[in-house]
Design a protein around this ligand. Structure first.
Ligand code: MG
Length: 180
């Protein structure tokens, strides 16, 4: 039985699906050559998430932005972890650090940002495997944040919903650039 609502595949299968959507829409697959650009795009989504948490009275926006963060990370994990035998598919599941007591969006995303920074640091040292581990821990943080939101459905469902939406969007989402 799946713990992920109506989605019955694994997180890895879902990563393959979101990656296929991205490629079908004309975006470059994540690689070590475009690593920094792809991480920069994760940061962009984290900023959108914080903005949604600060401004939005609509939980759907926040959830959709969180799904964007997860989708970008999953696409990177799908492409970059193959040389290390894949990623752990969310087996590291529970939180080790407490969430901040008051809901401060900047504090809530701080560990996520720290792992993105860690991924960049390791990448620049040529320590690719550790860079991938940081990305995976960043993905784990998205699940922790989601639990904090008290949303109606789980993050995997939100990812499926956002991926379905992305499938209907125009080529490169109407942008010129292919990096994402
Ligand atoms: Mg977004």
């Amino acid at each position: 039985m799946s713990p992920h609502g109506y989605y019955h595949g694994t997180l890895r299968d879902l990563a393959e699906r979101v990656h296929a959507t991205s490629v079908a829409k004309g975006f470059d697959p994540p690689s070590w050559d475009n690593f920094l650009a792809k991480v920069a795009l994760v940061y962009t989504e984290v900023d959108e998430l914080v903005e949604a948490m600060l401004l939005s009275i609509n939980l759907d926006d926040t959830e959709a932005e969180l799904a964007d963060v997860a989708i970008r990370l999953m696409s990177m994990l799908h492409c970059l972890s193959a040389e290390f035998g894949g990623w752990s598919d969310g087996r590291i599941v529970d939180e080790v650090r407490p969430m901040p007591r008051f809901f401060d969006p900047h504090a809530v995303v701080r560990p996520l940002r720290e792992h993105l920074r860690g991924a960049i640091k390791k990448f620049r040292k040529g320590e690719r495997r550790d860079a991938v581990i940081h990305l995976e821990l960043a993905l784990l943080e998205t699940f922790r944040i989601h639990r904090r939101l008290d949303a109606d459905f789980d993050l995997v469902t939100a990812i499926v919903v956002k991926n379905n939406f992305n499938q209907e969007r125009p080529f490169r989402h109407g942008n010129q650039e292919s990096v994402g």
